[in-house]
Design a binder for this molecule. Structure first.
Ligand SMILES: NC(=O)c1ccc[n+]([C@@H]2O[C@H](COP(=O)([O-])OP(=O)(O)OC[C@H]3O[C@@H](n4cnc5c(N)ncnc54)[C@H](O)[C@@H]3O)[C@@H](O)[C@H]2O)c1
Length: 307
């Protein structure tokens, strides 16, 4: 596999490192800042003898090097600063997304695009539109991260290992994130049997605010260890054609009664990209919230056309 990571900032460089450490493919790390991807690639190559991975990474400012990529992970763009919402990044990052897609697509017309840049749902829709790629080959990463945060918070609350905790979030990456209590389990026991309503609300709200909590602590920049782990889980599922079901920002075609919009849903990932959107059994309230999240994204995407 040839895997390009666009943007060699915190998310991009840690994603590149994880891809190398997992041996998922040859990596091209690209950025507009001269020397940055080259320096990071050299540093990662020098770690190879110690870590025991193949030093198969190129750092570059030239899109020619990305030609024939199988997967392109797009992390280029501004991160949030304290007090900012993800939506505050819309205008600036839309221009960056259009630039990146225009540069990537001619050399890699068959690639799968995984968008990480924020605001996630709108940037994914923009990448799909700008690339003209079939929608199953363009997706966004948010649900794996939000679910991972929720799983960690549940484990912390109950004092158990994260390995036995399963949970999934749907909807959009932000305030309209939807947590599914009945689909959260701890060693097989449904979460609502283990904690009261107030604790559930607290855990879900902390997950919704998970990114802002880290932005507030860091004072500059946003989270990257969990985000890079999450996007590389998606790369892994595609590279190994595992058909794993992960919550991703995917194009809907009637599932959950939602049409023609990108929104966070469970999807089976494989070598073709999003191979199926899986319809979970949702309560009426969850379904209403998911549809509302989708409509919110649809409205914002219309705003994008004017930017
Ligand atoms: N989807 C998620 O869950 C999630 C999680 C974390 C971060 N993010 C988003 O990911 C993005 C990157 O975050 P980060 O912490 O790595 O930021 P960062 O500032 O560390 O890195 C961004 C990089 O993008 C590069 N860049 C800017 N314009 C470019 C262009 N036109 N072409 C190529 N590269 C370009 C910059 O030079 C910089 O190196 C942000 O938008 C952030 O909000 C999303």
């Amino acid at each position: 596999m040839k895997i390009t990571v666009v943007g060699s900032g915190f998310v991009g460089q840690t994603a590149a490192m994880r891809i190398l450490e997992r041996g998922l493919g040859d990596v091209v790390l690209i950025d507009i800042i001269e020397g940055k991807p080259q320096g990071l690639a050299l540093d990662l190559k020098e770690a190879a003898p110690v870590e025991g991975y193949e030093p198969s990474i190129v750092g570059t400012n030239d899109y020619a090097e990305t030609a024939d990529s199988d997967i392109v992970v797009i992390t280029a763009g501004f991160p949030r600063q304290p007090g900012m919402s993800r939506m505050d990044l819309l205008g600036k990052n839309a221009a960056i997304m259009r630039d990146v897609v225009a540069n990537v697509v001619p050399g890699s017309p068959d690639a799968i695009l995984i968008v990480v840049s924020n605001p996630l749902d709108e940037m994914t829709a923009l990448a799909a539109e700008a690339s003209g790629f079939p929608k199953e080959r363009v997706m966004g990463m948010a649900g794996v991260l939000d679910s991972a945060r929720l799983r960690y918070f549940i484990a912390e609350e109950l004092g158990v290992s994260t390995t036995g905790v399963e949970a999934i979030t749907l909807g959009s990456h932000g305030d309209a994130m939807i947590a599914l209590p009945r689909h959260a389990t701890v060693n097989g026991t449904p979460l609502p049997e283990l904690v009261d309503e107030a604790a559930l609300d607290r855990l879900f709200q902390r997950t919704r605010d998970g990114g802002a909590e880290i932005v507030g602590l860091l004072k500059s920049g946003s989270a990257y260890y969990a985000p890079s782990a999450s996007v590389v889980a998606m790369v892994d599922a595609i590279a190994h054609d595992t058909k794993t079901i992960l919550p991703v920002c995917a194009w809907t075609t009637g599932q959950y009664g939602i049409d023609d919009v990108y929104v966070g849903v469970p999807a089976r990932l494989g070598r073709k990209g999003v191979e199926e959107i899986v319809e979970l059994d949702l309560t009426d309230g969850e379904l209403t919230a998911l549809r509302a999240a989708a409509e919110g994204i649809r409205t914002k995407c219309k705003d994008l056309a004017a930017i």
